[in-house]
Design a protein around this ligand. Structure first.
Ligand code: SF4
Length: 250
């Protein structure tokens, strides 16, 4: 018994006590800030260098749903583009993922954009089935980490389950390859209604680097209501957990 107590004492707390305010490395790339003084020449230059077309060629705004968080814009124009380590960047509306020049406030989910039944039914317990639709296992690993002993989202009743039949919704990663489009439909159909759809990562939200590829079949994404967009490449567990907590109003 003494040995076990000593081990516990040596290890300290394994879990993150406050998932809302956990400090992360300064080097983590989260919410970007764009100078309000960006010039038209800088806008064009940034839009040209961005590999995913995330930078709007007329305003210089960054679409987090398309951003690969590669840091190229910040390296090329540090006086204009920089990334904060703010990981709370999930949104319930696609348009809220667009960060405009001069915008420098936290992103928070607008209560009015959340379906009422989502909070009423799932606030205390949300079981999710993860579907990797052509993903590269990066977002999938981070989602796995969301339930580990450190992040432990299960403390809020948020868990992944093995079957869509046991789930309240699906979490989609990957750009949705043609080969996975049918399986995605089957998983969604097998999930009992009412249900939620959450997109995790740049690839799922926009196709990312693969956007426009003939190997993708994104009809499902375009034809269903998406409850939560979780940007990142890959998305951080804290981004996912905070996004889901905001969605549920926890
Ligand atoms: S960090 Fe995002 S916006 Fe900047 S160049 Fe890379 S993909 Fe484009």
């Amino acid at each position: 018994m003494l040995k076990e107590i000593k081990i516990l004492s040596d290890h300290g707390k394994q879990f993150v006590p406050d998932l809302r305010n956990q400090p992360v490395s300064e080097r983590f790339r989260g919410r970007p800030v764009i100078s309000a003084d960006i010039t038209s020449v800088q806008v064009r230059s940034a839009a040209t260098l961005c590999p995913t077309g995330a930078i709007d060629s007329s305003s210089g705004a960054i679409d987090l749903g398309r951003c690969a968080f590669c840091n190229e814009c910040a390296l090329a124009m540090p006086e204009v583009y920089r990334f904060t380590n703010d990981y709370r960047i999930a949104a319930a509306r696609r348009e809220n993922l667009i960060i405009k020049p001069g915008q420098n406030g936290p992103l928070r989910i607008d209560d009015a954009s959340v379906r009422k039944e989502v909070r009423r039914l799932f606030r205390r317990s949300l079981k999710l089935r993860q579907v990797s639709a052509g993903g590269d296992n990066s977002c999938e690993m981070e989602l796995g980490a969301s339930g580990n002993v450190n992040f432990d989202m299960g403390r809020y009743g948020i868990e992944f389950v093995a079957s869509p039949r046991h789930a309240d919704g699906i979490v989609i990663t990957g750009p949705v390859s043609e080969n996975m489009a049918g399986a995605l439909e089957i998983s969604y159909d097998a999930t009992p209604a009412p249900k939620v759809i959450i997109l995790v990562g740049t690839d799922a939200i926009s196709g990312g680097l693969f956007a426009g590829s003939p190997a993708l079949k994104r009809d499902f994404i375009e034809s269903h209501h998406i409850d939560l967009y979780v940007p990142g490449n890959p998305a951080h567990p804290l981004t996912f957990i905070n996004g889901v907590m905001d969605l549920l109003g926890i």
